[in-house]
Write a new protein. Structure first.
Length: 270
């Protein structure tokens, strides 16, 4: 009985930003739980090797749909194609986002000269894109009387970046994690609560999953610094994220809505 609660058999799930770093992790988890997955991604965006391998093995249970979460007409057209070709979505993973990964030679600014366009772009994709996808897909779910929406947040929705993680990186200017990323993700957490309370009576649950740092190509010094700050002593592995996602997407969390589930190894416990 308990095992069946985590099943996503006969569910149709959308993952936005599906071809990047974490998108394939969410798609793989949903596929393993039995769902059919629609990968929403920018037209012409290259698929990561992980996504390409996943698509090869999933067959017609994983289909890519071109769309831009910041373009309402594009989103509406992709959702309409999905509904006509596969069926109405019952799960939405709002993953599409813009981050600022640590670099050794990227374009940097002092905080006083941080370009407003960089800030605006993060808010546009991370917050407005999440709102727009929720608005379009969630309205259809509410009309059906069921659905689960999982917004991908971040550790930095709750705490400020520790700039000391990056002070070993070479460059004429120090690497500075943008304030726009955490600000946009914190807004997503509040947006989650808004829609959870609005659509609860319609049978639609809305939650946030906020990962901590996920291992993936960071340099040794960064990983050592970060791990020393985490009670579990390490960065997250992609596999650490799958169970929490399936929990929030499935009937296993049928009485959970408006919640932020932090998968951060205890980082925010200190």
């Amino acid at each position: 009985m308990t095992r069946s609660l985590f099943s996503l058999d006969n569910q149709i799930a959308i993952v936005t930003g599906a071809c990047g770093k974490l998108g394939p992790v969410w798609a793989d988890a949903l596929l393993e739980a039995g769902a059919r997955v629609a990968a929403f991604e920018l037209p012409g965006a290259p698929a990561s090797p992980v996504y390409a391998a996943l698509a090869k093995g999933a067959g017609d249970r994983l289909r890519r749909f071109d769309c831009d979460v910041t373009d309402r007409a594009s989103l509406e057209a992709a959702v309409a194609r999905l509904a006509a070709d596969v069926g109405e979505p019952t799960v939405l993973i709002n993953n599409a986002g813009v981050d600022q990964p640590p670099d050794a030679a990227g374009r940097r600014s002092r905080i006083g000269e941080l370009p407003i366009d960089q800030f605006r772009r993060m808010v546009e994709v991370n917050l407005l894109g999440t709102f727009q996808a929720t608005q379009i897909v969630g309205t259809r779910m509410a009309a059906q009387g069921r659905g689960s929406i999982v917004n991908i947040g971040s550790l930095y929705a709750s705490v400020s970046p520790d700039q000391r993680f990056y002070d070993h990186l070479p460059g004429d200017l120090p690497f500075l994690k943008s304030p726009a990323y955490g600000a946009s993700k914190a807004a997503v957490v509040n947006l989650t609560k808004y829609f959870a309370t609005l659509w609860g009576p319609s049978g639609v649950r809305v939650n946030t999953l906020s990962p901590g740092g996920v291992a993936g190509g960071q340099d040794d010094q960064f990983r050592t610094k970060y791990g020393a700050r985490v009670p579990l002593g390490r960065m997250a592995q992609p596999e650490d994220l799958k169970g929490p996602l399936v929990f929030l997407a499935s009937a296993a969390s049928s009485y959970v809505t408006g919640h932020e589930l932090r998968v951060d190894g205890g980082f925010t416990a200190w």
